[in-house]
Design a protein around this ligand. Sequence first.
Ligand code: GLY
Length: 327
Amino acid sequence: MKRRKFIKNTSLSGLSLVTANAFAKSGIMQDNNLNKIVKPIVVATWRVPNATKKAWEILQDGGSSLDAVEQGCRIEEADINNTSVGKGGLPDRDGNVTLDACIMDKEGNYGSVVYLQDIVHPVSVARKVMENTPHVMLAGKGAKQFALSQGFKSENLLTESSKKAWEEWKKKSEYKPIINIENHDTIGMLALDKNGDLSGACTTSGLSYKMQGRVGDSPIIGSGLFVDNEVGAATATGMGEEVLKTVGSFLIVELMRQGKTPQQACKEAVMRIVKKSGNRYKDFQVGFIALNKQGEIGSYCIHEWFNYQVYAKDENKNYKSDFYHKP
Ligand code: GLY
């Protein structure tokens, strides 16, 4: 073998080995053939098999990643048993269910709604903001007015059981966010379609019993969600205030741009939050998921039991995220 060719082959196989080892350590899914892009693929925060199934069906039919993430998120928004998004979401301390959501497409277009009331599907309103207005974000009454003008129906989102939980909470009125509340929180979803295009969406009712008017990371570009179709996408769950302060999802995409794997990038973003928080990280959860252009995924969180759902290669599986705090 000529020397040049030998060197080329050696360094390539060395690179493959390093990459394979990195993935083996992180425990994330990866195709055995390192050159083969895993697509389509959808990944979402938490255990949401119905949501990823819906998104997968769209992707398998050749639909766009944008349609997939919107339709996937809608499944959770309509599920009244999911108390952290859409209908049935737990209210603020005054009993108002206020929703935040956003969506971002392969061209870097972005739409978002904050403090939206009485509309079951904020993710779809966010998409309408992106597609049918010259703006990227609408808030409160204006967002609702816009939603109604687009044909969305107004309805009471406070279910009997969420009302009961709120009334119970009011007895002590103790504001204490619970880590991994009911094993659910913000639903963030990222997808890579058959064309190799990335999109993402994020939807939440925010922290339960929050102050009236509080908005978290989920509808804020770069914090709760960021997509760059040249590189990858990331989304967040957990304590929005902490994600906002580090612009976590943008940070992850930029780290991937610099060559980090999704797993390494998620871990670095979590570690930045941990370090800046002093000891406070013990009392709150933050989790990230990321997906790159090759269909590789990563996830990292502060506390145990954050998990994420992946639908790829005809399998809809839930994975436990790696985590920092191992007391
Ligand atoms: N991550 C959702 C929120 O803090 O509102």
